[in-house]
Design a protein around this ligand. Sequence first.
Ligand code: GLN
Length: 253
Amino acid sequence: MKKIFALLLAVLMVVSLAACGADVPADNDAANGELIMGTNAAFPPYEYYDEDGETIIGIDAEIAKAVADKLGMSLTIKDMEFDSLLTAVQSGAVDIVFAGLTVTDERKESVDFSITYATGIQVIIVKDGSEIASVDDLAGKTIGVQAGTTGDIYCTDEFGQENVKQYTNGALAVAALENDQVDCVVIDNEPAKAFVAANEGLKILETEYAVEDYAAAISKDNAELTEKVNAAMEELKADGTIDDILAKYIKAE
Ligand code: GLN
């Protein structure tokens, strides 16, 4: 008799637990097994379109997929403008942002960051033969940047809004450099390498403008997801998956 009672109690507990689970709001996509990632897919090799023009590939796409797999979720990637990504994650339009996104104290006020998974360096692209040879030559020059990026923020702070021209993506900033609408472009080193390789007559200066850490951003209202993503990323770091993904896209010089 006691046994039956214990069994009944156990069944009751499981049923009530399941009922609690069903209380998760329906619009919480991550809880429904779908992880929606926001990115700006014009940032090779972190995120860009495959030759088919439809599939977003790159380091962030692969890390996000590996994280989603670990969490038993499907991954959906939404391409949007870089400077709307943080608002999108804050409003719940996306669950997570993977976008070669730099961790900054200011951004930490609006979103939570995962553990970091890569290093980014803000570098300067100029035309061959440019009189700009280092960061010290930037004052008074017209600088092209991608709107809302750390390159934009640092250059605007240091050299003034009037000297900084914002573009919606790095490729457009580089096109402006080729057309002499700007004197240089300040952007992250890996996309810089890709843009310079794709366009003749450009070079990356050796002096680094800033060294930064990349991490994923998650809403401050979703601490549970941040915890789960961090646990998955720790495992993917420890078993070498993240290193392998980085090495696949970033060839050692
Ligand atoms: N790392 C830079 C930033 O976070 C640029 C990222 C990007 O353009 N995708 O601001």
